[in-house]
Ligand binder design. Structure first.
Ligand code: F6R
Length: 260
C-alpha cells in the first residue's frame, strides 16, 4: 500500500485526478466510482481539465458505482445513480448507458447483487476504483462486521453512517436504512484501488485501516490484502498515522518512472 500524505484537499484532488487520467490515457476502460463528499474535489478537477480540453478522451470508458440506496423513489436526486451523473459522468460527457450501478428496484432485490457482479465481470473488471472511507471504517457500504470476502449484496447501514449521510437529506428519517453495495471481495478484484481521505473525521478510521490489524471490525483494513492501493490524504486525515513521516519520505524519494 502506498500512502501519500499531502498538504491540502486541493493537492489530494489534483493527484487523484492525475491517477484517474493516467489510467484512462493508458487504456483503462472501466472506472469504479465512489459517491459521498470526499471525491467531489477530485471529480471537479477532472471536469475542469475536461472542459479546458486538457483531459483524456472518455470515449468508450464505462463506469460502475460502488453502491446504491434502496427505497428511494426512482430518479431521487440523492440516489447514487443521479449523484454520479450530476457530479461527474454527465459533465465528462459519458452517456448514461455506460454508467452502471446496483439496481435497487424492490422487485429484483434478491438477484440484484448477482446481476451486478455479472455486469462487472462482463465489463472485464474495474481498472481504477475510487474509494472513500466511512468514519466507522466502512468501505463502500460494507459496515463493520462485513465479510472480508463479501460480494455485492443488500446491507443495512449503521446509525453512525445514517447520521453522517443525513446532511444530504432533509432529516435523519429520510436516510434509507438499506443499500446495495459491492462487497469487500468485489472491491479487491479491482486492479488499482485509489482511496481518498480528507478531514479530521477520517483520521481514526484511516489509521485503523492502514496501520491497524486486518479485521472485519474495520472493513477498510481489507485494503492491506490488495497488491496495488494508493491512499491520498490531507493533513487532518493523516493525523493519526504513526508512520506518516516515513510515507512522506517514500513519496519524496519515489523514482519518477514508478508512477502511482
Ligand atoms: C460512497 C461510499 C461510502 C463513502 C463513505 C465516505 O459511494 O461508498 O463508503 O465513500 O461513506 O463518505 P464521505 O466521502 O461523504 O465522507
Amino acid at each position: 500500500m502506498e500512502v501519500v500524505p499531502l498538504a491540502s484537499v486541493e493537492e489530494v484532488a489534483r493527484l487523484g485526478a492525475d491517477v484517474v487520467e493516467a489510467a484512462v490515457r493508458g487504456g483503462a476502460g472501466v472506472l469504479g466510482l465512489a459517491t459521498g463528499s470526499t471525491p467531489l474535489p477530485t471529480y471537479r478537477e477532472l471536469i475542469g481539465r475536461h472542459l479546458d480540453g486538457i483531459g483524456p478522451s472518455y470515449d468508450g470508458v464505462r463506469c460502475f458505482t460502488l453502491d446504491e440506496y434502496v427505497g428511494l423513489p426512482a430518479g431521487h436526486p440523492e440516489s447514487y445513480r443521479a449523484t454520479i451523473a450530476r457530479e461527474l459522468t454527465d459533465p465528462l460527457g459519458i452517456p448514461a448507458d455506460r454508467v452502471h450501478g446496483p439496481d435497487p428496484d424492490p422487485a429484483g432485490l434478491p438477484t440484484a447483487g448477482e446481476r451486478y457482479e455479472a455486469a462487472l465481470r462482463a465489463a472485464g473488471g474495474v481498472d481504477v476504483q475510487v474509494l472513500g472511507i466511512g468514519s466507522d471504517g466502512h468501505l463502500a457500504f460494507n459496515e463493520p462486521g462485513s465479510s472480508l470476502a463479501s460480494l455485492t449484496r443488500l446491507k443495512t447501514l449503521t446509525e453512525e453512517t445514517r447520521r453522517d449521510n443525513a446532511r444530504f437529506f432533509g432529516s435523519l428519517d429520510e436516510v434509507p436504512r438499506h443499500v446495495l453495495t459491492q462487497g469487500l471481495g468485489t472491491i479487491l478484484r479491482s486492479r488499482h484501488l485509489l482511496l481518498l481521505a480528507t478531514g479530521p473525521g477520517k483520521a481514526a478510521a484511516l489509521a485503523a485501516a492502514v496501520e491497524g490489524p486486518l479485521t472485519a471490525s474495520c472493513p477498510a483494513s481489507v485494503l492491506q490484502l490488495h497488491p496495488h492501493v494508493t491512499v491520498l490524504c490531507d493533513p487532518s486525515a493523516a493525523a493519526g498515522l504513526e508512520r506518516r513521516d516515513h510515507y512522506r519520505e517514500v513519496y519524496a524519494a519515489k523514482p519518477a518512472w514508478q508512477g502511482l
